[in-house]
Design a protein around this ligand. Structure first.
Ligand code: ADP
Ligand code: MG
Length: 673
């Protein structure tokens, strides 16, 4: 860090002041109380805030607001930091603050600013410390604090220096390691408790796994059994189906039997009927033949019916003519008798000869007699003709009858023949039918056996079904067991897995314990001791170098002991610091401070060797000693050394002088050469 510029406003004895810092050795020179140390306070306030300083100490009396702006450079990069204080009812408090870098102003709270500044300075320390420990020991150690370090009890000093050298980190690391160790041990104890039942669980897992295998093989056996039983059951079912079909078919046949028997009866009836019919027909044939024989005996009549009809017709005509003749004659006779009786002709009125008329009548009577004879003859012939006609009718009747009989005879014979054929056919059919019935009867008879067989098969089926059911229920219950067991097993496995991981964790932690206990902590101890020893050694060298530089001709010998306490010897005897003169004391303090500053800077790797601030380093020095400061200052390898002093003699040792004066109540800074 290089300080470039400082602006003060109402800071302690200052009203308003601006200082540009060059590189090299800078001296702020002025009387006691002129306002030199205030500049250093302002720098520290700008960087770290109030810290151990109070607002009242920094704010100018009677003012309401105070501010400081510091411009500094780190690795070529410029930063501006601004802080302010304001008086309030309760007291003085920090107000607005900002840091400017990368062309931007970052407004931050006081804590955020401290954190950022530590970051920028690359100081690896806690934000919680009031100021910066590294700043206080590596850059600027106020005079009072320096004296305090020297006055401290050796243990307290060692403690403080350990902090300054970062040795404290080893102790903290050790303590942390012990804390971690305790934590790890308690974690191990906890894990031991957690895995206490691991062996038991493993055993349980093995048992359950065996049981699981057993159940699996049991299930497999049962599955095989189930398969063979169901196969057998299927076979039985098929057999039953086959038998049922057979039984059904035969049952159908059984139903057919009465129908067939009815058919037999019908056929028998047909035969009987036909035989009966034939008997009747045969009898009829016999009587027909007899009748035919009788009928054939009747002689044949030679005249034909037409001839006979003609003759009869002629006979009737003759008869009618004869009757007509007779009636005509009778009429004539009658007329003659009338005339005879009256004696005159009515027509002509002449008298009638009775003889004549008697003769005439006799003659007519003779004629009548002859015609009557003729009539008798015709009548006789009529009688014969009528008889012949009757005979002819009779004959024709018989002929017709014979014809009928013959026809009938023929028909009967044919009928008998057809009946016989029918009988023979029916008998044949009957035979077939009976044979068929017989066969079917046998089948039906066998069906009873079939029924019994089906019953038996059904019983067998029921047994197998029951058996199958039992097996299935066994399997399902076993599967249930299996599932539960698998769940339990998986739960156990999860537990074992968890516990195994815990066991591994425990074993790892045990390794850590060994490592921390036996390697890490002893290593820390050793490192701490060695580091401290090395620092002590170097510290001693620097301390002696600067002390002897300032006290060239003195017979006083100094060194530091292992607790960094300065030991002063004269003539081989150890003497107390209080017995030293003022100048000797200041030399010892300055040598000690430089050794401390340089060592802290060396230990804190983040610090670059570029700034050192010294406040009144020559307080109590003799003129001679003051001149020795030139060598000391030249010996310090630093790009910027800020020295505050009231000694004018230092002027010739530095590159730049600022004169600090208080005029009235206000401090002013005047640039010197
Ligand atoms: N809050 C303050 N307001 C005004 N003046 C102050 C305040 N605090 C201290 N002073 C005065 O400022 C002057 C400068 O102090 P300081 O810088 O310590 O002097 P020195 O130059 O001796 O180091 C002293 O006279 C001191 O009394
Ligand atoms: Mg002072």
């Amino acid at each position: 860090m290089i300080i470039k510029r400082l602006e003060l406003k109402n800071f302690r004895s200052y009203k308003e002041e601006e200082i540009e810092f060059p590189l090299g050795k800078i001296l702020f020179e002025g009387d006691v109380g002129s306002g030199k140390s205030s500049i250093l306070y302002a720098i520290e306030f700008a960087l770290f805030g109030l810290g151990e300083m109070s607002g009242d100490m920094l704010m100018r009396v009677g003012e309401e607001e105070t501010s400081v702006k510091l411009v500094f450079e780190i690795n070529g990069k410029e930063y501006s930091v601004f802080r302010s204080l304001a008086r309030k009812e309760k007291g003085i408090a920090q107000k607005e603050g900002w840091i400017l870098y990368d062309g931007r102003r970052h407004f931050l709270s006081s804590t955020e600013m401290r954190k950022k500044i530590l970051d920028i300075l690359n100081f690896k320390e806690s934000v919680k410390t009031k100021s910066s420990f590294i700043y206080r020991y590596a850059i600027f150690t106020p005079q009072e604090e320096m004296k305090e370090i020297l006055r401290m009890r050796s243990e307290d000093r060692l403690q403080t220096l350990r902090k300054a050298f970062g040795i404290e980190d080893y102790k903290i690391a050790k303590e942390n390691a012990k804390l971690i160790l305790d934590e790890i041990k308690s974690k191990i104890r906890f894990l031991e408790g957690e895995i206490a039942d691991l062996d038991k669980l493993m055993k349980e897992k093995e048992e359950k796994r065996k049981r699981l295998e057993n159940i699996k093989s049991e299930i497999e056996n049962l599955e095989n059994k189930k398969n063979s039983v169901s196969q057998r059951l299927e076979e039985i079912k098929l057999e039953i189906e086959k038998l049922d079909k057979m039984y059904e078919e035969i049952s159908k046949i059984e139903v057919q039997l009465p129908l067939l028997e009815k058919e037999v009866r019908e056929k028998k009836n047909i035969i009987l009927e036909k035989e009966n019919e034939n008997r009747i027909l045969s009898k009829e044939i016999i009587s027909i033949e007899k009748e035919l024989e009788e009928g054939r005996k009747i002689e044949a009549i030679s005249i034909s019916e037409d001839e006979l009809r003609e003759k009869i017709f002629e006979n009737i005509k003759n008869k009618e003519e004869t009757i007509k003749k007779i009636s005509e004659i009778r009429l004539i006779i009658k007329n003659f008798e009338n005339l005879l009786e009256k004696g005159i002709c009515p027509t002509c009125g002449r008298v009638v000869d009775p003889e004549e008329f008697k003769e005439k009548i006799i003659l007519e009577r003779k004629k009548e007699e002859e015609i009557s004879k003729e009539y008798e003859k015709i009548k006789n012939e009529e009688k014969i003709l009528n008889e012949l006609r009757d005979k002819l009718i009779q004959y024709e009747k018989i002929s017709k009858r014979l014809e009928e009989l013959e026809k009938r005879l023929k028909e009967n014979k044919e009928k008998i023949y057809s009946n016989e054929i029918k009988i023979s056919e029916t008998e044949k059919e009957l035979k077939e039918l009976e044979k068929n019935i017989l066969e079917k009867r046998i089948l039906v008879e066998n069906n009873k056996e079939l029924y019994a067989k089906i019953e038996e098969k059904n019983k067998e089926k029921t047994i197998f079904e029951k058996h199958l059911e039992e097996i299935i229920s066994q399997i399902s219950s076993l599967k249930g067991n299996l599932k539960t067991l698998e769940e339990i097993l998986s739960e156990i496995e999860i537990q074992i897995d968890k516990k195994m991981r815990k066991k591994e964790e425990k074993e790892k932690l045990e390794e850590y314990v060994i490592w921390i206990q036996e390697l890490f902590i002893p290593a820390l101890d050793m490192i701490e001791k060695n580091v401290l020893l090395t620092i002590n050694h170097e510290f001693n060298e620097i301390f002696q170098k600067y002390f002897y530089m300032l006290m060239e001709e003195s017979d006083i010998r100094v060194r530091i002991d292992e607790s960094f306490s300065p030991i002063v010897e004269q003539f081989g005897y150890e003497i107390g610091i209080d017995s030293l003169s003022g100048g000797e004391k200041t030399s010892l303090a300055l040598a000690y401070r430089l050794a401390l500053n340089l060592m802290v800077r060396k230990v804190c790797t983040s610090m670059k060797n570029n700034i050192l601030i010294l406040d009144e380093p020559t307080d109590g020095f003799s003129k001679d000693q003051i001149f020795k400061m030139r060598e000391v200052l030249n010996n310090i390898d630093c790009s910027q050394i800020i020295i505050v002093s009231h000694e004018k003699e230092l002027e010739s040792f530095v590159d730049k002088i600022f004169y600090v004066e208080k005029i009235g109540n206000i401090s002013h800074i005047r640039e010197g050469p």
